[in-house]
Design a protein around this ligand. Structure first.
Ligand SMILES: C[S@@+](CC[C@H](N)C(=O)[O-])C[C@H]1O[C@@H](n2cnc3c(N)ncnc32)[C@H](O)[C@@H]1O
Length: 163
């Protein structure tokens, strides 16, 4: 996507070194130096972004990384801006495939605060910050792309209370 200016980030120093190495190897001029953004810590050191991409992050992090991601995206995106999430998700309180259930068990063994998230919980966390789920696209290996759009103003029926 050469017309886009990409700002990578990761709170982990080794991951940032990896991003720098990949950027050099790719030889692309539209990749900035990675920032040390921890999604749980507000405010983020980025004033504005037209879109935010988080791939395979929210299940390999504590739940607070999801709520922080939504808070940061809500504060950083303009109306109509996009938050893109990729990864495995549970639906209606259940895994969508046995392989995702086994993956979830492995994650929780590595770190009890990690785990495959429920779409409904992620969507509710997004709603709180004016981010509306607009597309849910099945991907290979039982993953999903979830596309959220920032609304002009926060949804009026958060928590089921509509006025
Ligand atoms: C499985 S890696 C995915 C990295 C990259 N998105 C990819 O697809 O190759 C998960 C990443 O989430 C990062 N992460 C964990 N907790 C985080 C947080 N609170 N805020 C931001 N990133 C976090 C980790 O440092 C790790 O690099």
């Amino acid at each position: 996507m050469p017309t886009l200016d990409w700002q990578p980030s990761d709170p982990d120093e080794a991951a940032r070194r990896s991003i720098i190495a990949h950027t050099r190897a790719a030889g692309l001029s539209n990749l900035r130096s990675p920032l040390a953004i921890d999604a749980t810590r507000q405010p983020w050191p980025v004033a504005k972004a037209d879109a935010i991409v988080a791939i395979n992050m929210i299940h390999i992090a504590a739940w607070e990384a999801t709520t922080g991601l939504m808070a940061g995206a809500g504060a950083t995106l303009p109306a109509g801006g996009i938050l893109y999430l990729y990864g495995p998700f549970r639906k209606d309180g259940a895994h969508t495939a046995p392989s995702n259930a086994a993956f979830d068990d492995g994650l929780r063994m590595r770190n009890a605060s990690w785990g495959v998230r429920d779409i409904e919980a992620v969507t509710a966390a997004a709603d709180t910050h004016g981010l509306h789920l607009t597309e849910r696209i099945p991907m290979p290996a039982n993953n999903l792309s979830l596309i959220f759009r920032k609304l002009d103003r926060p949804s009026s029926n958060v928590g089921g209370a509509s006025r």
